[in-house]
Structures are given as structure tokens and as C-alpha cells.
Ligand binder design. Structure first.
Ligand SMILES: O=C(O)CCC(=O)C(=O)O
Ligand SMILES: [Fe+2]
Length: 489
């Protein structure tokens, strides 16, 4: 980025720097150990005698032998080190682009050297490689967890957390843990909406009919008081505290393309020239300092997530949803709370991927408004001619897919800008075909370099107010980088 914002520095990933630093440390450590060795040998010979200063040893014959021995050991040690650090034909995986990294198989010699002199580094690299190998699969899964604009590539299933085992470099079906191989997906192809009684309260549904004459599979239902005022307040409080705590760090800002970045700059009346150099290498995210500079010019909604089992409320909520809608808990993903300040909305999108054949997609959505919004903030189904006004405790639930597992484009919806007040919602997506990692917190990518707990803002597609802040990371901005690199210049 030039002019006002200055030029982005092209930086190697932090992990690569760490690896290099560790390499140096290991080298130093090995040298130190070689230097110390004669002293411990001397200690054995002089059993019980106070240790002699190293210089005195060299004045005796015996010491002369010791010196020779030391030299031989030192030379051997240095030889081994030299071989370790110079014979690597395979490049340092941590310094590569993600896709290349996944292909690198460490040579046997590399492994031996790593075992002898740099075990922590080897572990770290292997973990990194494993995570990146996973990323192709987990991205698919992760992508469906984020808003999925119609027509984009489809997320896939993947093991959530790399198991701590010596791993092959490519993940074949055979190498997957038994529990993943044996996973039996659950299919969810219809909602069964009904009136239910919860803790003495009657939850009654009503259907909201399209006002447009459209051929659609989408059914939209409302439940008043689906959550109590107390539940709504508890969720808003937890979300706000978490946002506040996490906002100690400025977010790293990511864009789906350079075009989106340029549009945002234009919108903010910032006359700056940007190029691919402004993205952190290997990702579509700006580096930390550019992100901080841009922060004041962008606006976003805030999303925080929790996963099944992470709070008692998750079980209460999913039971209530199952009773009232027939949406099975095992087909549900994470729980996401989102807040919109005045002036913020969210782009037109479908929650599933139109045209995709992968049925591991969001069959249905339940969204509960946690607070009234005096003006604006409606959830609008543009194809159906439906607009729902946020009302505290009210749930809106709809299906995005057909009973055959196809994403219905008429499920297109957006969040109108909040004109007055502050909007809070909780959402959960239910998937047509469940998969092993569904509802499990996934391992996060190592790129881009960031502080622990540093949030991200994703501006996917330009539409005013459509950036969203997240308290967790997925692989989109790494994997899509490769696919779109050509568009980043
Ligand atoms: O806030 C809303 O009303 C809709 C949000 C939404 O559709 C989403 O986050 O997927
Ligand atoms: Fe949505």
C-alpha cells in the first residue's frame, strides 16, 4: 500500500522465523554440549575430587589425550552439524506457500538430523505441514461455517485436530483415525415444525408466506419468545464481554480479493494504491500494521462462536430447537452470536452454496433476535418478499436446501442496516449431511502471523457494511490465496 498508508513490508511467516531461530539455537546448544563433554569425562576420572579448571587439564599428559578426544568429538559434532544444515535439498516447508508445503516430504536424512539436533523444530514443522495438509479438506468445512456467497467453491469434511502421531505427508483414507473412518453421517432433509411446551411456556409457530409469486422450497417460520429475556441478556452479555476482551488486539483484516480492498478504500475516500505486496505472504490478509491503520476506516459486525459442549446453554438450546423444528442436534454446527451497531448490515447471501453437489451444507438456519431493534436490522428474503423485524426472543427458522440436498437460490437473504439501536442475534446452522468435524472446534491455521487471541475481520465481497469480525480463524484466507493469487496484483 502506498501513499498515506505506506508500503507493506513483505515478511516471511513468523513460523519460518521461529524455525530459523531454533535452528541457530540448536546449533549453539550442540556446540555447548560438545564443549562441556570433556568436563564430565574428567569428573568421572577424578571421582570425588573437586573439579579441575579446564586450562590446567591441558598441562598434563592425560589431559593431552583428553584434549585430543575433545577435538575429535568436536570435529565429529561439527561434521554432523554441517551435514544436517547443508545437505537439505528439500526447501524449508515453513517458508513456502501453503500448497507447496503440503507436498514436501522430509528426506530420511533430514529426519535423522532433526532427531539428533533439532527435535522441537522437527515436531513443529511436522505439525505445521500436517495442518496445511488438512487445510484442503478442512477449508471446505470451514467455508460452509462462514457466509457462503452463491457460486463459490464448496467446503469439505476433515479431521478437526491433528492427532499427535508420526504422520505420513499425505492424508489418505487409510491413515485416518478409526473414529473418523467409522463416522456415520446423519441426513437431515426436512424440518418438522410444531408447537411445544418448554418449562411451562407455550412455543407456537407461524409460517411467514412469501409475498412474491416465486417457485421455492424455502419455508420460513417464526416462534415468539423462543428464548426468555434472561437467556437473551445472558447471551448478549457473554458476547459483549468476549468482544471487549478480544479487542485488546487490533484485528488482522482480510479481503476476498484486491478488488474488494480497493472498493473499501474508495468508499472510505482513501486515495491509496494497493498491490499484492500489501497482503501478508501466503494469505489474503493485510499485515498487522496495515490492518491497524485501516481499522478506523472500516465498519463491521462482530461474531463470536461457541461449540456444542462448551456451555450448558448449548445443550438447552439444541434440545429446544429439536423439539420445535425437528432439526437434529447431531446435524448442528457451532453457535454464533453476532452484533450489529447502528449503520451496519450484512450482504445478500445464501447460507448454502448454490450449484454445489456436496451435501455437507447448511440445510436450515435458526436465528434468534436477542433484542428489539427500533429501526432497521430486518432479515430480508429478497426473492420471497419477506422481511422480519427483530423482536427480542423471537426465532426465525428456515430451510436453505431442498429435500434432495440442493441449495435453493431463493433462500437468498440479507441483514438490513440497523438504523437505530443495536442488533444482537444467535444463529446455528444445521447441515443436510453431517460430517465428523461438524460442531467441533477446529485447529486454526498458522498463517497469517498474529498474536495469540488476535481477532480477524473478513471483508468477503464488497457490499457496504459487509465486513465481519471473528474471534476465530479458518483456512479460507490461506487456501484461497493460491487460487486467487493472479487476481491480487
Ligand atoms: O442478521 C441477520 O438478520 C441475518 C444474518 C445472516 O443471515 C447470517 O449471518 O448468515
Ligand atoms: Fe445468512
Amino acid at each position: 500500500m502506498t501513499q498515506k498508508m505506506g508500503k507493506a513490508t513483505k515478511r516471511k511467516p513468523e513460523t519460518a522465523e521461529k524455525v530459523r531461530a531454533e535452528k541457530d539455537n540448536n546449533k549453539q546448544e550442540t556446540l555447548k554440549m560438545a564443549e562441556r563433554k570433556p568436563r564430565s569425562q574428567m569428573r568421572e576420572k577424578t571421582d570425588g575430587v573437586q573439579e579441575t579448571p579446564t586450562e590446567e587439564l591441558y598441562t598434563t599428559n592425560e589431559s593431552f589425550c583428553m584434549v585430543l578426544l575433545v577435538c575429535v568429538i568436536l570435529m565429529l559434532g561439527l561434521g554432523v552439524l554441517f551435514l544436517c544444515f547443508t545437505s537439505k535439498e528439500s526447501p524449508d516447508p515453513s517458508a513456502m506457500e501453503p500448497k507447496e508445503r503440503a507436498d514436501v516430504k522430509p528426506k530420511e536424512a533430514d529426519k535423522k538430523c532433526a532427531d539428533k539436533t533439532a527435535a522441537p523444530k522437527a515436531d513443529m514443522l511436522e505439525e505445521e505441514i500436517e495442518e496445511l495438509e488438512k487445510s484442503d479438506k478442512s477449508t471446505k468445512e470451514e467455508k460452509v461455517e462462514e457466509k457462503a456467497p452463491a457460486g463459490k467453491a464448496k467446503p469439505k469434511e476433515t479431521p478437526k485436530k491433528p492427532t499427535k502421531q508420526k504422520k505420513p505427508q499425505t492424508v489418505s483414507e487409510d491413515s485416518l483415525p478409526e473414529e473418523i473412518k467409522e463416522f456415520q453421517p446423519s441426513i437431515l432433509d426436512r424440518m418438522k415444525v410444531r408447537n411445544v411446551s418448554v418449562d411451562g411456556r407455550q412455543l407456537r409457530y407461524r409460517e411467514v408466506k412469501p409475498t412474491k409469486d416465486v417457485d421455492t422450497n424455502v419455508r420460513v417460520y417464526l416462534f415468539d419468545n423462543f428464548l426468555t429475556a434472561r437467556e437473551c441478556e445472558g447471551l448478549m452479555g457473554a458476547h459483549s464481554r468476549h468482544v471487549q476482551e478480544t479487542s485488546k488486539h487490533d484485528p488482522i483484516i482480510c479481503f476476498d480479493s484486491i478488488k474488494t480492498l480497493r472498493n473499501h478504500l474508495k468508499d472510505a475516500a482513501l486515495k491509496v494504491k494497493v498491490s499484492s505486496q500489501d497482503f501478508t505472504e501466503g494469505t489474503k490478509c493485510l499485515n498487522a500494521s496495515l490492518s491497524s491503520q485501516l481499522k478506523q476506516h472500516l465498519h463491521w459486525s462482530y461474531s463470536t462462536s461457541f461449540y456444542p459442549g462448551e456451555s450448558k446453554f448449548s445443550a438447552t438450546f439444541e434440545r429446544r430447537v429439536a423439539a420445535a423444528t425437528g432439526l437434529k442436534p447431531e446435524n448442528g454446527g457451532k453457535f454464533q452470536i453476532t452484533s450489529y451497531a447502528q449503520g451496519i448490515g450484512y450482504k445478500s447471501h445464501t447460507d448454502c452454496v448454490v450449484g454445489s453437489r456436496d451435501q455437507r451444507d447448511r440445510f436450515a438456519t435458526i436465528l434468534v433476535y436477542l433484542q428489539d431493534v427500533p429501526e432497521g436490522g430486518e432479515t430480508k428474503f429478497t426473492e420471497l418478499g419477506i422481511a422480519v423485524k427483530p423482536t427480542k426472543g423471537m426465532a426465525i427458522v428456515w430451510n436453505n436446501m431442498t429435500p434432495e440436498g440442493n441449495c435453493d437460490p431463493t433462500s437468498l437473504h440479507d441483514a438490513s442496516k440497523v438504523r437505530k439501536g443495536h442488533k444482537f442475534i444467535i444463529q446455528r446452522w444445521y447441515y443436510y449431511k453431517s460430517f465428523y468435524s461438524l460442531g467441533k472446534r477446529s485447529a486454526e491455521p498458522t498463517l497469517p502471523a498474529r498474536e495469540s487471541g488476535q481477532p480477524r475481520v473478513s471483508c468477503d465481497e464488497y457490499e457496504h457494511g459487509s465486513c465481519r469480525w471473528y474471534d476465530e480463524w479458518n483456512y479460507d484466507h490461506i487456501v484461497e490465496y493460491e487460487a486467487q493469487k493472479i487476481n491480487l496484483s
